[in-house]
Design a protein around this ligand. Structure first.
Ligand code: NAD
Ligand code: KPL
Length: 305
């Protein structure tokens, strides 16, 4: 009998995982915030996955955070700023051998979650898949990608990666997950805030080559200082490649600001600046970028943390 996948965070990525796992015949349960959300979900009867224009319906059972059933496998698919609090609400339900998969972008939230549940194994993930919701309980699979998973303190891959293979979720066990997360964080720091401040698509940054280059120099210095030299290798080249390859896209931070959603700034640029300060590293361009971004968010009445 397969272990049930509990999914915490019925948003874009959580429902993208839930529907694919359920489609493969695996047991899945969605954890909703409260009784009102559960009732709304039950009225819909399940989740709809839209993939290449084709919609499929999945009647996945739902429950609230305070359901008494124990949890052995938990996919945490909340935003970085919600993950710690959401997991704390479930801590008492985790079995002694519980395993958590943390899908949050950036860094900082994963360690906070792991400290909250020291008895559980926390597996960190970094994903380049893309999904968005086009209605309540509907998810559109927008960008095929890859998910790397790893556990910096325990190199053995869990046996349940087979569930991901069976579900068609492209993935790889990574021995250097922190390097991957730092590299993605650096890419996001070099691109996303500038797209917000210059009000442009990623490709618009081709007009701001020097600004991008100066950020890459400082980000590389930071990565080297905090023990991640591999994440610093050819960073500027990679940033330029991503800007070219995604020139027509708006960055995720740009989209958050445009839709007046809270950004994950504290786990991206904020985390980079905080770690630099801890290492007494003076990075003037990165600090200025953070200050300008915070001002920009505050002027628009958006949270700046
Ligand atoms: P989302 O906002 O669509 O979904 C998060 C969900 O968590 C929401 O439904 C929210 O209501 C729920 N939630 C928050 N607190 C909760 C609580 N206490 N109890 C129950 N539910 C709670 O976010 P998303 O786009 O799926 O992103 C999740 C994470 O994955 C982020 O860190 C994001 O950066 C990362 N990510 C997203 C994508 C993507 O394409 N969407 C791609 C790669 C990485
Ligand atoms: O991941 C991204 C994002 O928009 O969050 C890219 C496309 C790499 C830009 O930083």
């Amino acid at each position: 009998m397969s272990t049930t996948w509990h999914i915490l965070g019925a948003g874009s990525l959580g429902t993208l995982w839930a529907t694919r796992l359920a489609r493969a015949g695996l047991p899945v349960r969605l954890i909703l915030r409260d009784q009102a959300r559960l009732q709304a979900y039950q009225a819909a009867g399940g989740l709809t996955l839209v993939e290449q224009g084709q919609a499929s319906f999945h009647a996945i059972p739902g429950e609230t955070l305070d359901n008494p059933e124990p949890i052995t496998r938990l996919l945490v698919a909340c935003k970085a700023y919600d993950a710690q609090q959401a997991v704390s609400q479930l801590a008492a339900r985790l079995t002694p051998d519980a395993e958590l998969v943390l899908l949050q972008n950036g860094l900082g939230s994963q360690d906070a979650v792991a400290a909250q549940v020291p008895q559980a194994r926390c597996i960190y993930a970094s994903s380049t898949e893309g999904a968005f919701r086009d209605g309540d309980w509907r998810v559109v699979f927008a960008g095929h990608g890859y998910t790397w998973l790893g556990d910096a303190s325990h190199p053995t891959a869990p046996f349940w990666l087979d569930d991901l293979s069976a579900s068609g979720i492209p993935h790889e066990w990574s021995a250097d997950i922190l390097t991957r997360l730092w590299r993605k964080l650096a890419l996001n720091c070099a691109i996303n805030p500038l797209t917000v401040l210059h009000d442009c698509r990623n490709g618009g940054l081709l007009q701001h080559h020097c600004e991008v280059a100066m950020l890459c120099v400082e980000l590389s210095e930071l990565l080297e200082r905090c023990g991640q030299p591999a994440a610093a290798e050819n960073l500027q080249q990679e940033v330029e490649r991503v800007i070219q390859a995604t020139a027509a896209n708006y960055s995720s931070m740009y989209q958050d600001v445009a839709s007046r959603r809270r950004t994950e700034i504290s786990y991206l640029l904020g985390h980079a600046c905080d770690v630099a300060a801890r290492h007494q590293l003076h990075l003037p361009n990165l600090s200025r970028l953070r200050r300008l971004l915070v001002e920009h968010l505050q002027q628009r009445g958006l949270p700046s943390d």
